[in-house]
Design a protein around this ligand. Structure first.
Ligand SMILES: [Zn+2]
Length: 146
């Protein structure tokens, strides 16, 4: 048996699912080959770790109750979720606030009353100028005067 054949059968050898003559051949190769023996040791350690992790895993009801307790203790409330939405780093918020600033200022000041004021208080523009005694035939400058 060469190393490739032995490495292919290591997992089966560990789980003792090989035929008797294959198990003997793998065991003889592991006794003679240091590299394959080391690979077999690593495989055994990994399989033991997987088995231990699986054995330490909490049962499904325990996990469900833990999940429910963690959710009840650490889940954010509706106010915190709303604040989290507002605290997201979205650059458009600054632009939206800048665009809304004039509207907010207008609402703070109050809308301008568009009702007309009484006539007595209103500004009266001056009456248009009237030209009296205009005669187009008379020259503007009297050239006879010297
Ligand atoms: Zn080998």
């Amino acid at each position: 048996m060469n190393c490739d054949d032995a490495l292919d059968k290591l997992t089966d050898h560990h789980h003792e699912t090989l035929a008797a003559h294959d198990a003997v051949a793998v065991a003889e190769h592991l006794g003679a080959c240091g590299g394959c023996a080391q690979a077999y040791c690593r495989l055994q350690a990994q399989l033991r770790g997987i088995a231990a992790a699986y054995a330490e895993r909490p049962s499904t009801p325990v996990r469900a109750s833990l999940r429910a307790r963690v959710k009840a203790e650490f889940a954010p409330g509706p106010v915190q979720r709303a604040l989290a939405v507002l605290r997201r780093p979205v650059p458009a918020y600054g632009v939206a606030l800048a665009a809304a600033a004039p509207l907010i200022a207008w609402l703070a000041i109050g809308p301008v009353d568009s009702a007309p004021e009484p006539a007595s208080d209103r500004f009266q523009p001056p009456a248009p100028a009237r030209i009296h005694d205009y005669d187009a035939t008379v020259p503007l400058f009297d050239r006879s005067v010297s």
